[in-house]
Design a protein around this ligand. Structure first.
Ligand code: 3H9
Length: 675
């Protein structure tokens, strides 16, 4: 096999080049090649300095994650980085794209760094439940100080080349198109300079204040995660120990995290997210339909949020409403949202103006004729949707994609009113649509492959994580939410309190429990609006105007600042209901709450797979992580069930009398996996 590493001589400078698409991951062949090339450079008396650079779209984007969990192959990355640093001749890293993880560690193992202005540096290992384990936690603070090292390692967000320059992480910027030449010139400048600067030989002072405020500021973000604390501990170690001791500690912590379930879960999600974009029976190279302008029907909360996604990505939007007032209100809200983002410094004022200028508000439905994709975002009513799609069929240009943002309704029934069901697809955005990452792309029976592929590609462009779902009530996410809601409400009747159930869910890692979520979304959602018809606890609450946060009362009471407190009135309502139903409340255990509100979701997920409504179990995990805040360190419901033990999940379901999905039972008894 040919090596991904080659060398080129430029007089006495040896340029070492990696070509390992797609992201120059530091797999075994790359490491072996680099080791050989460095040895060659050191041994060759006619070489004075070396440059390491990469072909393709990026500098090394990290260790090769696909090697994790397999037997290690020499040379290991930490050894390689040490070897580069120990070189008796200066080594310059020439960086473009993303120098991430092990790639960043290779760069800071080099003696000098030069980067193009568009490059980014970062150590995102924490997002995989890990830490930079090739000396990163020890070299970063020595080069850039404790505060930035904490930001980089424990949060995992990248920084720009400019910021890296200001922080001393890189030495200079190259021209955007002249990286190699500039790096060779740099190497010529430093080739005789001695001593050679080595990060490991520097010292860094402890900064207890920086550590304390960093922990305090990020306590919420880190809740439940193991890796941030390990990253912080390693950075602190760099300030209190020798480099060798720090490295030993880093190694030990890295291995501990690597063996743990959280990292396994987070690595699973990394690949699951990328896998989700692939459609099993549609060729990856199918020609896509061009989308130059998007139409959105409805300027309400959903329609506005959906439009913002496209405008932010530079795609013009035509937004249609029935009434001028609703149109003005909708566009006004969009502008305010953008301005709020700009006020936080996350957008420039001119970007706000550019986005709003690309929006064409109109009351004339016929204006949609110019759009390549039209998304209907009106309220959930089949008749209304059918009427809109009938109208659209008469107006839209041939080949335009017609999408519905329905969260429950049958896409096939909607498509059937048109003469072009192959062009109809579901695009289920999650509220707030300009923020939430998930997009369920609903594939109708007749949806064409290129329509599906176009929408999946577009999703990436607007920075969504898209998952293909089949036509089924509630698609993947909301269908799985249903058994959870039903069981949570039944548990109240049987003796649990809303606080108890929510506490179990929050301790599990969810951002909120089912009743906190009901209060946020509105207890009155889906309510029949007849206060005399009280069939369940929700009806009783709704009848008393306890509609949730918006009426300052729901399953909880709320003060002016929307701070919740337990409600004596809700306890009474629940108690009345128990009496009415002749139920004597009993003690409900945490295990029962888990089995009835979480195992039931897994069971529903297994049914969805059996029915072919999701392509793969990992897609379901992606839906729950990005659409509902399932804790990423538990890897989504299907991964979690696997790590809980499928036999335990099946036993829990059977104990409480649920019919268990066949595939779940089979996988549990054969020791297999849900696929
Ligand atoms: C590490 O470095 C540990 C060390 O500290 C210690 C070791 C001892 N490995 O994201 P994309 C694949 S941990 C293997 O769609 P983009 C990816 O699966 C690592 N494969 O592209 C996909 O495959 P496919 C720390 C990888 O342009 C393809 O490349 N580094 C790796 O949107 C394209 O990826 C990270 O965590 C990898 N490291 O974004 C960085 N990375 O085509 C992880 C990607 O078959 N990577 N692939 O689906 C990223 O953040 C993004 O990939 C990147 C490019 C921003 C680089």
């Amino acid at each position: 096999m040919t090596s991904p590493i080659r060398t080129e001589r430029h007089d006495d400078i040896l340029v070492i080049i990696s070509d390992n698409p797609p992201v120059n991951a530091l797999g075994a062949a790359v490491r072996t090649g680099l080791e050989g090339a460095i040895k060659q450079g050191v041994a060759d008396a006619s070489i004075a300095a070396m440059v390491i650079r990469c072909d393709g779209r990026t500098f090394f984007a990290g260790a090769d994650i696909t090697e994790f969990g397999k037997p290690p192959v020499e040379p290991l990355l930490p050894t390689l980085v040490d070897m580069i640093e120990a070189s008796s001749k200066p080594v310059v890293a020439a960086i473009h794209g993303t120098a991430f993880g092990g790639g960043c560690e290779v760069a800071i193992g080099c003696h000098y760094r030069i980067a193009v202005p568009s490059a980014k540096l970062g150590t995102p290992e924490v997002k995989l439940g890990l830490l930079p384990g090739a000396g990163g936690t020890q070299r970063l603070p020595r080069l850039a100080g404790v505060a930035l090292a904490l930001e980089l390692t424990a949060k995992g967000d990248p920084i720009s080349a400019k910021k890296a320059l200001d922080a001393g992480l890189i030495d200079r910027l190259a021209g955007e198109d002249s990286l190699e030449a500039d790096a060779i010139a740099f190497a010529n400048e430093v080739k005789t300079k001695r001593p050679i600067p080595r990060a490991s030989e520097r010292e860094v002072a402890a900064d207890a204040d920086a550590v304390a405020s960093f922990k305090k500021d990020n306590a919420r973000r880190f809740r439940g995660f193991e890796a941030p604390a390990a990253n912080i501990a390693c950075v602190e170690k760099a300030t209190s120990s020798s480099f060798a001791d720090g490295i030993a500690f880093e190694r030990q912590e890295f291995m501990r995290l690597m063996m743990g379930v959280q990292s396994a879960a987070q690595r699973h999600i990394f690949f699951a997210e990328r896998q989700a974009s692939k459609i099993d029976d549609v060729p990856a190279d199918i020609p896509l339909r061009p989308i130059a302008r998007v139409g959105v029907i409805g300027a309400g909360t959903m329609g506005g949020g959906i439009s913002m996604n496209f405008l932010s990505a530079g795609i013009p939007v035509t937004i249609v409403e029935m009434q001028a007032e609703a149109l003005d209100r909708g566009t006004g809200t969009m502008r305010r949202n953008y301005e709020a983002t700009a006020a936080k410094g996350r957008m420039k004022p001119e970007q706000v103006e550019a986005a709003m200028a690309a929006l064409k508000p109109t009351l004339d439905f016929a204006d949609l004729a110019e759009c390549d994709l039209i998304i209907e975002a009106v309220y959930e009513n089949m008749d209304v949707k059918k009427e809109i799609f009938t109208k659209l069929d008469g107006i839209a240009k041939p080949g335009a994609i017609l999408a519905s943002n329905t969260s429950y309704l049958d896409i096939d029934e909607i498509a059937a009113v048109t003469a072009r069901p192959q062009d109809v697809v579901g695009m289920h955005f999650f509220s707030p649509a300009n923020v939430m990452k998930l997009l369920e792309v609903v594939r109708g029976e007749k949806t064409a492959g290129d329509v599906l592929a176009t929408v999946m590609a577009l999703a990436k462009k607007i920075r969504k994580v898209a998952v293909v779902a089949g036509v089924t009530y509630g698609f993947i996410g909301n269908r799985m939410l249903m058994p959870r809601q039903v069981e949570a409400t039944k548990l109240l009747l049987e003796g649990a309190t809303p606080e108890q159930i929510d506490r179990v869910h929050v301790a599990f890692g969810m951002p909120m429990g089912p009743f906190q979520m009901a209060d946020l979304a509105g207890v009155d959602i889906g309510w029949h609006r007849d206060p005399t018809r009280i069939e369940n606890i929700r009806d009783a609450l709704a009848a008393e105007n306890r509609w949730g946060q918006k009426t300052k009362a729901g399953f909880y009471d709320y003060d002016e600042k929307r701070t919740p407190s337990n409600s004596a009135r809700v306890a009474e309502i629940i108690d009345d209901f128990r009496k009415r139903e002749g139920v004597t409340p009993r003690e409900i255990t945490e295990d029962e709450i888990v089995a009835r509100t979480l195992y039931t979701m897994v069971n529903e997920g297994a049914l969805i797979l059996e029915e072919g409504k999701a392509q793969r179990a990992s897609d379901i995990d992606v839906v729950w992580i990005y659409g509902y805040g399932w804790p990423v360190y538990r890897g989504g419901p299907m991964f979690w069930a696997q790590s809980e033990g499928l036999a335990k999940v099946v036993a829990g379901l059977e104990q409480y009398g649920f019919p268990v999905a066949r595939s779940l039972k089979d996988a549990a008894s054969s020791g297999g996996r849900l696929k």
